[in-house]
Design a protein around this ligand. Structure first.
Ligand code: MG
Length: 376
């Protein structure tokens, strides 16, 4: 029996790499559904090759260019949610931003395991999502490389008692530069990321180290650990993808060359391991370097760690402000340190003790975005 797979965000960085993996295992996986926002040119090629039964395009205009012959086409605002109601074994959520939250919740309600590359799902709705998965006996399979590493170090047993998680961080495109140098660097400079091949939003988050902050919150939910039990270490080679430490001080690391296709393959093949061999790490002349984080030069990380401790709706406020500010930075409308400055301002303005619910997440997400748009 082939595993049936649906991919949300099939034309993005993780989506295309997921299809690269599936291409190696055509006898084991069947692509049942492909969903994207608007890149119908690439989507059409994917449809031709993988022959899905269901296709979703969120942008109604772009969807007009698709001729739905041999498959059902969902289009418009509800297209991606409709896709999440289709029966399959694994739904790969490779959407970017909080847009990934509702699809995750819908798919869980319809009894589907999630291979999760969308970190904002857990950052904003982590408690709701993990509870929903647990109540329905479903798995959230991490695709983020750090979380996949921790999961592998645990030998897939997320209930194992650990003392600490050590998240590694490449340090992003501006690693080693001074505050003065970074202040005037533009998004295009950040997009030249030294090690990882990622989408624009994640690459900017990586340059501000917000990405690592989001990953701390993600790890808290996936592995049920407190933020004070998560350390971050800068490791520029991105060979150790993260580590766990046991109570006796022993540390286990997962290592490989940086390639997102490996964590994708691990999630798709769970609970087994795949046999498509990636070039294994060579220890000849391998040099690994580590450094501590510079919170002064990268204030977004400090903000995220504070927010991780606050919990509730605060991660949503931070995330909404960050998403809007990253868009503006990508358009050269603001400078690098405007991102952390305005996130802090939004967190002050939207002080809240409202309870965590999907409704409240979506409401405050909307309000914060409007606030950022009006302020800048
Ligand atoms: Mg990561």
């Amino acid at each position: 029996m082939k595993k049936k797979v649906i991919i949300l965000g099939s034309t993005g960085s993780i989506g295309t790499q997921t299809l690269d993996v599936i291409r190696q295992y055509k006898d084991q996986f069947e692509v049942v559904g492909l969903a994207c926002n608007s890149n119908v040119l690439l989507l059409s090629r994917q449809i031709k090759e993988f022959n899905p039964k269901f296709v979703a395009v969120a942008d109604e205009k772009a969807a007009e260019k698709i001729n739905p012959s041999g498959f059902t086409l969902f289009k418009g605002d509800m297209a991606i949610i409709s896709m999440c109601t289709i029966k399959c074994d694994i739904l790969v959520n490779a959407l970017v931003g909080i847009e990934g939250l509702s699809p995750t919740i819908t798919a869980l309600k319809f009894g589907t395991n999630i291979a999760l590359a969308n970190k904002e799902t857990l950052v904003t709705g982590g408690e709701l999502v993990m509870k929903l998965a647990k109540d329905n006996n479903l798995s959230i399979l991490p695709v983020d490389s750090e979380h996949s590493a921790i999961w592998q170090c645990l030998d897939f047993n997320v209930d194992k008692k650990i003392n600490k998680i050590i998240l590694t961080a490449s340090g992003g495109a501006f690693r080693g530069k001074t505050k003065e140098e970074i202040a005037n660097l533009k998004a295009k400079d950040a997009l030249l990321h030294p090690t990882w091949n990622m989408g624009d939003k994640v690459t900017i988050d990586s340059a501000t180290l917000m990405n690592k902050g989001l990953e701390v919150i993600e790890a808290m939910h996936l592995f049920n650990v407190k933020p004070e039990n998560i350390d971050i270490v800068i490791h520029k080679e991105s060979v150790i993808h993260s580590m766990i430490q046991y109570d006796d001080g022993s540390i286990i690391a997962q290592m490989s060359y940086p390639d997102m296709k490996l964590p994708i393959q691990v999630a798709l093949n769970y609970p087994n391991r795949g046999d498509h061999l990636f070039s294994p790490l060579s220890f000849n002349n391998l040099q690994l370097n580590f450094a501590s984080c510079d919170y002064d030069t990268f204030p977004c990380l400090k903000i995220a760690l504070d927010v991780a401790k606050q919990g509730g709706l605060y991660p949503t406020i931070m995330n909404a402000a960050n998403e809007e500010l990253v868009k503006l930075y990508l358009q050269d409308k603001i400078k690098f340190y405007d991102i952390s400055y305005h996130i802090s301002k939004a967190l002050e303005k939207f002080e809240t003790s409202d309870k965590l619910s999907l409704f409240n997440i979506q409401r405050i997400d909307y309000d914060v975005r409007e606030y950022i748009k009006k302020t800048i």
